[in-house]
Design a binder for this molecule. Structure first.
Ligand code: 0X9
Ligand code: ZN
Length: 312
């Protein structure tokens, strides 16, 4: 297993997924969904006690590191994997659902944030060179085919540049294809970001989905489960529609999942606070907070999963 006292590199995680699949062949499959711009394999785990053959089970999807600099989010995926695969106490979560977990949704960007002496630590986008070399990269969370271009930038130098068109980037194509393959029984979609202690739902233009009330109520239940185990100096999670609570955001992964019929879809923004003494740490990670971040987020995910099962 992993120790939750450090941030792992893309290579570490890539290798870990292979090791898990080999060590737990009955429950874990590693899939290479396609290549990133810089030709890194976009690997993800399928975790299932029935090898995804039992079509009566809901599928839960989660991903992290779609934004390169949001390092703490890997803890949520790696912790969930740990609890589902290795921990004997999570039988229900393992038995009742098929899980798809994409720990590094933006591998090139994430590798770039490890660049020389931390220069590129705050890189957010992918590493596309299609739009010139002066400014590189597309905001992958603006590149999905949903209300495209309304809450994003057409300036390639912007951190929210939407790209040439919907799914212009190989990384979002991979995610699109995973959703398409499983959307018939995908009940819950979770895109883990940081920072701000938010649980957000669509749409990013302020239009509410038909099940917005239920979406909100489940969001509140998830937030309460996290807050119940959080460290007291972190703020409580706030739940709401992205545009109403934060700002307009088009082309997001979570909104795309709703648009193709996934009933419950959330963007988590993990806390940006330092573990101790409680000052703002933003995108930087206090190693002492990593395990707590994974643990408390998992408490929220389990609540979401139970509702997903009951409504399936
Ligand atoms: O702006 C974003 O992409 C997300 N915030 S972040 O600070 N991590 O960049 C929020 C996206 C949420 N969007 C929807 N659920 N519509
Ligand atoms: Zn983000």
């Amino acid at each position: 297993g992993l120790s939750f006292d450090r941030v792992y590199t893309w290579e570490d995680i890539d290798q870990y997924l292979e090791v898990l699949a080999e060590a737990y062949p009955d429950t874990v499959t590693v899939v290479n969904g396609g290549s990133s711009v810089e030709r890194r394999p976009m690997k993800y785990l399928k975790i299932s006690t029935t090898n995804f053959q039992d079509k009566s089970k809901p599928v839960i999807y989660m991903q992290s590191l779609l934004h390169a600099r949001e390092w703490i989010t890997q803890a949520a995926s790696l912790y969930a994997i740990h609890r589902l695969v290795i921990d004997v106490t999570e039988r229900d979560m393992r038995n009742d659902f098929d899980w798809i977990i994409v720990p590094v949704a933006n591998p090139d960007g994430f590798v770039h944030t490890h660049g020389i002496s931390g220069t590129f630590r705050y890189w957010r986008k992918n590493r596309s060179t299609d739009y010139g070399l002066l400014c590189m990269g597309v905001d992958l969370n603006r590149n999905f085919d949903v209300i495209f271009g309304t809450g994003s930038s057409d300036n390639v130098c912007s951190d929210t540049f939407h790209g040439a068109g919907p799914f212009s980037e190989p990384e979002t194509q991979v995610i699109r294809d995973i959703i398409a393959e499983h959307k018939d029984r995908m009940e819950l979609f979770l895109d883990i970001h940081s920072f701000g202690s938010w649980i957000l739902y669509g749409y990013g233009n302020g239009t509410l989905p038909a099940n917005a009330l239920y979406t909100h109520l489940i969001g509140v239940q998830m937030a309460q489960a996290i807050d119940a185990v959080k460290k007291s100096y972190n703020p409580d999670y706030v739940v709401g529609n992205t545009a109403l609570m934060l700002y307009e955001a088009s082309g997001s992964a979570a909104d795309y999942a709703i648009s193709v019929g996934v009933p419950f879809s959330y963007t988590y923004e993990l806390p940006g606070l330092r573990f101790d003494p409680g000052t703002l740490f933003g995108f930087l990670v206090d190693p002492a907070f990593i395990e707590q971040a994974g643990f408390e987020t998992w408490e929220g995910i389990k609540v979401g999963a139970r509702y997903a099962r009951n409504s399936y």
